[in-house]
Design a protein around this ligand. Structure first.
Ligand SMILES: Nc1ncnc2c1ncn2[C@@H]1O[C@H](COP(=O)(O)OP(=O)(O)OP(=O)(O)O)[C@@H](O)[C@H]1O
Ligand SMILES: [Mg+2]
Length: 346
């Protein structure tokens, strides 16, 4: 199933590389990155601290120059042809500057005038980010979350097709994170493309349609969230608990049925079962009675940790395939979380 292949791409980079000169010589910011962001939806740009997310975004926006490689936004080569496409892009990379003593509304009116956006947009974007009720308050009295929402409002003045947010939830409390998340989801639901970077999976997992995971300046996986966590790819597993004296026979029954069985403490983790009923039936037919049967689903965080915890110098995969090169596979012990039907707390 080709998810990103052939799709209209909002962003595409090929072999993008950026090194920085430092006292210790050259350090690599981005190492040959191939990024593909489809048009429409939320795309999570994920990676640990220092993996090159901000550097990539800065290259896309013409703020730093790549050493090598190419990048396009809606098919226009950037930074060379950025002026042709910049009107369709809104971004928050650095902390935006607002006048502290002016109200949010006045700040946005000034900005709108500056970029030639209609003044009527100001109230619309304030409404969009839920700041209408506080629009007349001074910026300096805003909470961090409100400031961040105002920053998003500012990017919306031009009614852009592509929004690029670099870690927009940094420093926010759970309620603030949720508000920003809902705003981003809402923008995608209107047909816009939202690229959002984060080093915290949980902040993006719920709203991202597709993700790219980077580590040490390279892409290590990309695709739909569902594919990456193995859903629909037959990679989900079932945790089985039987009486301790039945463990050996249960293992051989399941293995003879072509399933991969791993011991996890006092339970068995059965991979490739697809369906818990299949496991239950196979064991029941051999007189092994099941004490617990829990469908397990890998979550994106365990995939992420598995991919980024190791050196991953060469791998790059699409559509939920994890990299085969460049490092050991993800730790099986971390690769599954109880699914929605579990009786056991996560
Ligand atoms: N201006 C700079 N000068 C020197 N090195 C830099 C500079 N900017 C980034 N780097 C280095 O490039 C690498 C990638 O940094 P970058 O800021 O792109 O990562 P990131 O994924 O955005 O990280 P974070 O999650 O912490 O924001 C890091 O090793 C960083 O130290
Ligand atoms: Mg960053």
């Amino acid at each position: 199933m080709a998810v990103l292949d052939g799709a209209d791409l909002a962003i595409e980079t090929r072999g993008l590389r950026k090194t920085y000169r430092s006292v210790r010589g050259r350090s690599v910011g981005v190492e040959g990155l191939d990024l593909r962001v489809p048009v429409g939806g939320v795309h999570g740009f994920l990676g640990p601290n220092g993996s090159g997310k901000t550097t990539t975004i800065r290259m896309l926006l013409g703020l730093v120059r790549p050493d090598r490689g190419t990048a396009t936004i809606f098919g226009h080569e950037v930074p060379k042809r950025l002026p042709e496409v910049v009107g369709r892009v809104g971004a928050i990379v650095e902390s935006p500057k607002f006048f502290p003593s002016f109200s949010a509304r006045r700040n946005l009116l000034l900005l709108a005038d500056g970029i030639g956006a209609p003044r009527a947009r100001v109230d619309a974007v304030l409404d969009e980010v839920g700041l209408t009720g506080r629009a007349k308050d001074r910026y300096k009295g805003y909470s961090l979350g409100m400031k961040q929402r105002l920053a998003i409002a500012a990017t919306l003045l031009k009614d852009p097709d592509l929004l690029i947010f670099d870690e927009p939830t940094n420093g926010l409390d759970p309620a603030g994170i949720r508000e920003i998340r809902q705003t981003m989801r809402g923008l995608a639901d209107q047909g816009k493309t939202v690229l959002v970077s984060s080093h915290i999976l949980a902040e993006v997992e719920q709203i991202a349609d597709t993700v790219s995971i980077v580590a040490r300046g390279r892409l290590v996986a990309s695709g739909r969230v569902a594919d990456l966590i193995g859903e629909g790819a037959g990679a989900s597993s079932v945790r089985v608990r039987v009486a301790p004296e039945d463990t050996t026979i249960a293992t051989s029954v399941l293995e003879s049925g072509g399933l991969l069985v791993r011991r996890e403490h006092d339970a068995l983790l059965v991979d490739g079962a697809g369906d818990a009923a299949q496991v239950n039936r196979a064991l029941g037919e051999r007189g092994v009675w099941v004490r617990e049967l829990t469908p397990m689903q890998a979550d994106l965080e365990s995939v992420f940790l598995g991919l980024t915890a190791h050196e991953t110098p060469g791998g790059h995969t699409h559509r939920g395939e994890r990299t085969k090169r460049g490092g050991p596979p993800p730790e099986p012990a971390h690769s599954a979380q109880p699914g929605p039907t579990t009786e056991v707390g996560a």
